[in-house]
Design a protein around this ligand. Sequence first.
Ligand code: NAG
Ligand code: NAG
Ligand code: NAG
Length: 337
Amino acid sequence: MYAITAVLVVSLMLGTTMAAVTNMRVVTYNLRYDSQPDNLTVQDTFNSLPDPLVEPKYLAVTQEKPWSTRRIRIAHDLLSAGIDIACFQEALVRQVNDLAELFGSDWDWYGLGRDDGIAAGEFSPIFYRKDVLKQVSRGTFWLSDDPFNPSKYPEAGSLRLCTAMRFAHVASGKYLTILNVHLDDQSDQQRRLAASMLLMRAKYEAFNTGAVFVIGDFNSPPNGRDSGAYSIITGATPPVPVNQTFADIYDVDSDKLPDFHMIDLRTATLRQNVSGNYATFTGFTAPQDTKEWERIDFIFGGNNWGWYSNRYIVGTALSDDGILSSDHRPVYADISV
Ligand SMILES: *[C@@H]1O[C@H](CO)[C@@H](O)[C@H](O)[C@H]1NC(C)=O
Ligand SMILES: *[C@@H]1O[C@H](CO)[C@@H](O)[C@H](O)[C@H]1NC(C)=O
Ligand SMILES: *[C@@H]1O[C@H](CO)[C@@H](O)[C@H](O)[C@H]1NC(C)=O
């Protein structure tokens, strides 16, 4: 009797503790590629920071500033927000290296350059805290008709890839998979193919691992003419056919997890816990110039669940002096698995 009670008490306590300790803050942030390289080191930036007691000229700047100016604001914002996982997009290798330096030795990351599968072109890297998550496996595939080689969908503006990582949560031992993506800006056909591949891969992860998230910049809104990717990933319209080699590996039998699709965390979070802004892309325009503003950056979780979203926050990239850290805003979610 005592033994049974003790076991019950212990498992109840473990249940509560585990729900608390698996809480992780994840962010997706399109960093804007370093279009104005100036060769300044992170140390140069530290050395040129203004006197913290001097009042800035409010909203004095309106255009894009070099990465060397933006990077420290990005690191400050994300680290002070207490993130555990960051899914970045549009980062050139020098930006990835700068962030690794700014984040420090508590962090590790994985990603490949999209143009050659090594270091050329933009990365969609995943950064994670080593004390929170342990890497189980990782890989990259291209969102094209030739997914296992660096390749471009015919009508797309650029090569596009997905960074996939499977993690074990260190404290609880629970698994989760993250697929970090940056879909094409020009071709809705590419985006529909990409969403179909992501849905197939996510279902494979849901069936084999459990909690699965698709995170990133869809370069397209949830509604209207260009919403093919959102519509497919959320199960509103059927997927399009994908490369057969890819399907041979990842397609799960249709009787398993029927109606698998991804849920937009903005709708899967208690309404009063959805905070901050709506638009995730603002451009580098003046604060009152909203004509390009759109919601195109998303965090989705699989409808097999195994996860819970406590909070969903769209932050800001704007500082008092008018400098925008990026033309996108950071999108955060507090998830537990
Ligand atoms: C940056 O460094 C490269 C290679 O050393 C050099 O060619 C380039 O002119 C430098 N750019 C600036 C803005 O100093
Ligand atoms: C499918 O993808 C594989 C691996 O990337 C590639 O070798 C093959 O040619 C692709 N098939 C077609 C029809 O494009
Ligand atoms: C809402 O957010 C608060 C603060 O993070 C959290 O404690 C609470 O559990 C959340 N509520 C729900 C229903 O997720």
